[in-house]
Design a protein around this ligand. Structure first.
Ligand SMILES: NC(=O)c1ccc[n+]([C@@H]2O[C@H](COP(=O)([O-])OP(=O)(O)OC[C@H]3O[C@@H](n4cnc5c(N)ncnc54)[C@H](OP(=O)(O)O)[C@@H]3O)[C@@H](O)[C@H]2O)c1
Length: 263
């Protein structure tokens, strides 16, 4: 399977490296983008091909991944349309671009996969949601999933859920960074050096997240297990409940979801 990636910035670069690390053959990958020096150096390092244009890349690819900012998607679709054929799979990671809008702007595309990754993909720990048009077969779908496997957990959702996914895993890393920063601030206030405080806070979040994913237990019961009767943790939990932490986080996810709907 020949894979072409248009736009190799933060996400495109992470997808590219993750795919190669997961076993994607560099000889079957081509890219194109705006910064020739950077892209040529990357191509030499990874053994991939650089296409002279988005149209040339499309002609040479079975799967075309659009990884540019949402405002640049229309121009890319315009550029690739002459080379696009119905057997090719169009993959877009652009926030706000629906399958219908992609199809309208590239009328030759029938097989379309809309993808919502998140920035932890850059360290191989992302969360990626997929939705697909009817023409995408299971075989096509698995090929696209393999591109994102190396950088994230992957799962399929109905397209109507993409805004919720955007508000949760798309925007969620920012909420968690705020939590890590605030936890570290508390520890700094109690005398721990900043660097250590950040490390302890981040590893605590990472470990707690793994506990949820790997034990399959409800987060509420994992929380209960940390709270010894009359102990330190329930004291902290009392303050978080009084501060409205749960409502604040819920409202943040809902607000981001609503914003995504109105992009
Ligand atoms: N970052 C996130 O948290 C996140 C999460 C989920 C989804 N996404 C989606 O991922 C997409 C990419 O985001 P990003 O953060 O990776 O952006 P980025 O770092 O700006 O990367 C986009 C790259 O594409 C290049 N580009 C622009 N127009 C192009 C064109 N016509 N042909 C080829 N290359 C072109 C840009 O060059 P210039 O620098 O010259 O513009 C840039 O190098 C966005 O659509 C976003 O919605 C991002």
């Amino acid at each position: 399977m020949k894979v072409g990636i248009i736009g190799v910035g933060n996400m495109g670069g992470a997808i590219l490296r993750g795919y190669i690390n997961a076993g994607g053959n560099p000889k079957d990958i081509c890219v194109c983008g705006h910064h020739p020096e950077y892209i040529n150096a990357m191509a030499e390092e990874l053994g991939i091909t650089v296409s002279a244009s988005a149209e040339a890349l499309t002609a040479a690819s079975d799967v075309v991944v659009i990884a540019v900012k949402p405002k640049n998607v229309a121009e890319v679709l315009y550029d690739i349309e002459p080379a696009f054929t119905a057997d090719k799979v169009l993959v877009s990671i652009a926030a706000g671009w629906t399958i219908e809008a992609l199809q309208q702007s590239c009328s030759t595309a029938a097989k379309i996969v809309r993808v919502m990754p998140n920035t932890p993909a850059m360290v191989g720990s992302g969360m990626t949601a997929f939705s697909r048009s009817e023409a995408v077969t299971d075989e096509d779908y698995l090929s696209v999933e393999a591109i994102f496997d190396g950088i994230s957990r992957v799962t399929e959702v109905p397209e109507s859920m993409m805004d919720a996914v955007t508000g949760l895993s798309g925007s969620g890393p920012a909420y968690v960074y705020m939590m890590i920063e605030a936890m570290a601030d508390g520890a700094v206030h109690c005398g721990l050096p900043r660097k250590q405080a950040c490390e302890f806070a981040a590893q605590t979040v990472l470990g707690a997240a793994r506990m949820v994913l790997e034990t399959g237990e409800h987060p509420g019961s994992l929380k209960d297990a940390v709270c010894s009767p009359g102990g330190t943790t329930i004291e902290g939990v009392r303050i978080l409940e009084r501060s409205g932490l749960r409502t604040g986080v819920m409202e943040a996810v809902i607000a981001a979801c609503e914003k995504s709907k109105n992009l």
